[in-house]
Design a protein around this ligand. Structure first.
Ligand SMILES: C=C(O[C@@H]1C=C(C(=O)O)C=C[C@H]1O)C(=O)O
Length: 353
């Protein structure tokens, strides 16, 4: 086969793809005009999901080479570009650049969005609440370390809605300017990152060394880039970004390490048929109160996905509950249980994790 001939064929196809993409984007802009004049949300995850499902089915039926993950990778970027053409909206995330949250944000909003890296989780909530950003991306739980308390507390404190979730495999690296581990005096990392790598730290004699907690693993890489006697537990991207050599990769105790991120915004998403709902519930301090609450879900055949208690932060040791369950606020049984139990609705969104 002739390479030049094949490349000519590819060029001709690329020209067609570009023409079609331009044609698609012209229509997308019209959709944007309608949404902008009616002030409705640009991001419609249920529509994007339906498109991906339809295309995956089509590819399968036609015995196409492209698998679901390929179709998703291509089309998530197309959707992200479409959305920025409809309306330029800012996406705040737990920064600085190079955090796992940044990676999660790019997964949903593409390489082209207007990003606003902020230095702590509450700042992301404030930015969305004050309308400085349309979307906020923050971690909510990790399958090794459990929930991120400040995220749950901020969901209670700020009037924002969860509109989407993202699950990412998290792999930590150990980066340092120092290649002799015995000379390392300090380790920088976010406490969650640090606690996920305890076996590695122990086997490399690094467990007794001073641990300096940072607001993010990217900040840890930044600090390690200026401190020759230190190491950072951070992402591969962050180490690269701040020019800190990678000494070890995939150092987490649990190689199935995953983090769930949420996207917060200010609107209600449409039902997709595979949704989950998050709420805050408060129970009176009396015998069986939690049992009574949970029974309401059982009686309606609603599947609970998570329940987490959080402290009231007053002079008592009383708590409130963060609950995830299957269903959408537009399902009768879901809206009924929320109303009956006086729960605070935090959002209904496509179940992706
Ligand atoms: C174009 C639209 O807006 C956004 C972009 C989409 C797309 O590129 O197909 C789909 C859903 C929305 O998130 C739409 O709502 O149809």
């Amino acid at each position: 086969m002739d390479l030049n001939k094949l490349r000519k064929e590819i060029d001709a196809i690329d020209n067609e793809i570009l023409k079609l993409l331009n044609k698609r984007m012209k229509i997308v802009k019209k959709v944007g005009e309608i949404k902008n004049s009616s002030n409705t949300p640009i991001y419609r995850p249920e529509r994007e999901k339906a498109i991906i499902e339809r295309l995956c089915g089509l590819s399968k039926r036609e015995n196409g080479i492209l698998q679901k993950e390929h179709i998703e990778a291509i089309f998530l970027e197309i959707f992200a570009i479409s959305r920025t053409l409809e309306r330029q909206e800012r996406v705040a995330f737990l920064g600085p650049v190079g955090t796992y949250t940044h990676q999660a944000a790019e997964h949903k909003f593409g390489a082209n969005a207007r990003y606003l890296p902020l230095l702590n989780i509450e700042a992301v909530f404030k930015a969305v609440h004050n309308k400085e950003a349309k979307y906020g991306v923050i971690p909510i739980e990790n399958n090794t370390e459990g929930v991120v308390g400040i995220t749950l507390d901020s969901l209670k404190k700020y009037d924002v809605k969860i509109v989407s979730e993202i699950c990412l495999d998290i792999h930590h690296s150990f980066a340092s300017l120092q290649d002799d581990l015995s000379k390392i005096k300090r380790i920088y990392s976010h406490p969650q990152g640090y606690n996920q790598c305890l076996n590695f730290l122990e086997t490399h004699g690094l467990l007794d060394i001073e641990f300096i907690p940072t607001e993010s693993t990217a900040k840890a890489a930044k600090l390690a880039s200026k401190d020759e006697l230190s190491g950072a537990i951070c992402s591969k991207i962050a180490a690269k970004l701040y020019n800190v050599p990678l000494l070890f990769e995939k150092i987490e105790d649990n190689l199935a390490n995953r983090t769930r991120f949420i996207i917060i915004s200010d609107f209600k998403t449409q039902k997709s048929g595979n949704d989950k709902t998050s709420v805050i519930a408060k129970t009176p301090h009396k015998t069986g109160a939690l049992f009574d609450l949970l029974k309401k879900f059982k009686d309606r055949n609603i599947n609970l996905l998570k329940i987490e208690s959080r402290p009231n932060k007053d002079d008592t040791f009383n708590t409130w509950f963060y609950i995830d369950f299957e269903g959408h606020i537009d399902d009768k049984k879901v809206s009924e249980v929320i109303k009956e139990e006086n729960m605070i609705w935090l959002g209904s969104y496509i179940k992706e994790c």
